[in-house]
Design a protein around this ligand. Structure first.
Ligand SMILES: *Cc1c(COP(=O)(O)O)cnc(C)c1O
Length: 355
C-alpha cells in the first residue's frame, strides 16, 4: 500500500467544536461540510460531529443526500435548490434550503409538499454573489410567510471580507443586516467572523475552515488563534539518491546540486493535491528536521534534500502538513489558501481516524 496517509484527529476536531461554541455561546453551531467536508471525508467527520453540533451545511443537495445516509442532523443547503423537484427532498429529508432568487421562491410556492419546511431567505448584503437585494425582502418574506409549504423563516447572509484586517466592508454588511426593518433571526458569521468580538447576535454561526483547524487569516496560524489542526498528511521516503555536485533533480532539471547530497523521493505529488506551485521555501519534516523540496513536484512524487536529516534513509516517515507543520505555510509557499489545499486532497489518499 502506498504510504501516503491522512490522519484525522477526533480530539482536535472536538476541541475546535468546543472552542467555536465558546466563541459564539448564544448561537447554534452549523458546521460546513461542503466539498466532502473540505476534503476531510464526510463519512469520517459526520459520526464525530453529529451529536455535538446543531446543523450541517452543504453546497448541493447531492452532498446533503450523502450525509443523510449517515446522520439525521438537519442540513442547510447554502445555495438552495437547483431544480424545483428538490423541494420534495427537503421535505422528506429535513434539508433547509436558502431561497435567494425568484426561481427558488416560485419553485417553493408552487410545490405541493406533504409538510411545511424551514427556509432561509438569503440576503445579498454586499458580496454580490447569491441572494436577494435587501429591498426585495418584504416581498419574499410576505410570499413565504403566506405559503403552506413554509414552516419557519430565517435570514442568511455571507461576508466577503471577514478575514481581512480592514473591517470597513464587514461593518457595512453587518450594518445593512442590522438595519433591515424585518426583525428576523439570522445566520451571518463564517469562520473568520466568529473570531470578531463585535460580531452580531445571531441564531446560527457557520464554521467551515476553522472547524478543520486552519486559520482564515493569512497572517496567523491556527494554533495562534486557539484552533488545533485536525488533519496530518504523512508519507514516506520511497527511494534515496546520492547525487554529485552539478547534477540535476526532477522534470526540467530545475534543481542543480551545489554539492554532493542525499535526495529523498517522497510518495506524494500534485495528483494527490500537493500543490505543484510551491516556492523554494517549501519543506517537509522528517523526525523534526526540515527537508527542503527540490526540483518540480511531479504527479505522484517529489524530491527533498536530505542533507539536514541525520540517517536519511529509505522508509523514513515524512510530514507534509499537520500540527508540526502548519498547512498555512504550505498554502503560502504555493501562493494560495488552506481551503484549496484541503479541497484538492485526492480520493486515492488513505484516511485514518485517530484518537
Ligand atoms: C463555505 C461557506 C461558509 C464557510 O466558510 P468558512 O470561511 O470556511 O468558515 C459559510 N457560509 C457560506 C454561505 C459558505 O458558502
Amino acid at each position: 500500500m502506498r504510504p501516503l496517509k491522512a490522519y484525522l484527529s477526533k480530539s482536535a476536531l472536538l476541541h475546535n467544536v468546543a472552542f467555536l461554541q465558546q466563541k459564539a455561546p448564544n448561537s447554534q453551531l452549523c458546521t460546513v461540510l461542503k466539498a466532502n467536508a473540505y476534503g476531510h471525508r464526510v463519512a469520517l467527520m459526520v459520526p464525530i460531529l453529529e451529536h455535538v453540533v446543531n446543523f450541517f451545511a452543504v453546497a448541493a443537495i447531492e452532498e446533503a443526500e450523502t450525509i443523510r445516509t449517515l446522520s439525521n442532523t438537519p442540513i442547510i443547503l447554502l445555495e438552495g435548490v437547483f431544480e424545483h423537484h428538490e423541494y420534495h427532498l427537503c421535505d422528506e429529508f429535513n434539508f433547509i434550503p436558502a431561497i435567494g432568487n425568484a426561481h427558488q421562491l416560485n419553485g417553493l410556492l408552487d410545490a405541493k409538499l406533504m409538510n411545511p419546511i424551514d427556509v432561509f431567505i438569503k440576503i445579498n448584503s454586499g458580496m454580490n454573489r447569491l441572494g436577494i437585494r435587501p429591498e426585495e425582502l418584504a416581498h419574499y418574506y410576505q410570499a413565504l410567510n403566506d405559503s403552506e409549504n413554509v414552516k419557519s423563516i430565517q435570514l442568511m447572509t455571507h461576508l466577503a471580507c471577514a478575514d481581512e484586517a480592514d473591517d470597513t466592508k464587514t461593518r457595512t454588511q453587518l450594518a445593512l443586516m442590522a438595519n433591515l426593518p424585518q426583525h428576523l433571526s439570522a445566520s451571518i458569521s463564517n469562520s473568520a467572523n466568529i473570531f470578531d468580538d463585535q460580531k452580531p447576535a445571531q441564531s446560527i454561526v457557520r464554521a467551515g475552515l476553522a472547524l478543520y483547524g486552519a486559520s482564515p487569516f493569512d497572517d496567523q496560524t491556527a494554533e495562534s488563534i486557539g484552533l488545533k489542526p485536525i488533519l496530518e498528511l504523512r508519507s514516506k521516503i520511497i527511494h534515496v539518491n546520492h547525487i554529485k555536485a552539478g547534477e540535476h533533480v526532477g522534470y526540467g532539471a530545475t534543481f542543480t546540486a551545489p554539492h554532493d547530497l542525499p535526495v529523498g523521493v517522497v510518495a506524494c505529488g500534485y495528483a494527490d493535491g500537493y500543490p505543484r506551485e510551491v516556492s523554494k521555501e517549501a519543506y517537509v519534516l522528517i523526525d523534526g528536521y526540515k527537508a527542503p523540496i527540490i526540483g518540480r513536484v511531479a504527479m505522484d512524487m517529489f524530491m527533498v534534500d536530505l542533507s539536514a536529516v541525520p540517517e536519511s534513509k529509505w522508509d523514513r516517515e515524512v510530514i507534509l502538513f499537520g500540527e508540526a507543520l502548519p498547512i498555512e505555510y504550505v498554502a503560502q509557499w504555493a501562493g494560495t489558501i488552506p481551503y484549496t489545499i484541503f479541497t484538492h486532497l485526492a480520493a486515492r489518499i488513505h484516511f485514518n481516524v485517530i484518537d
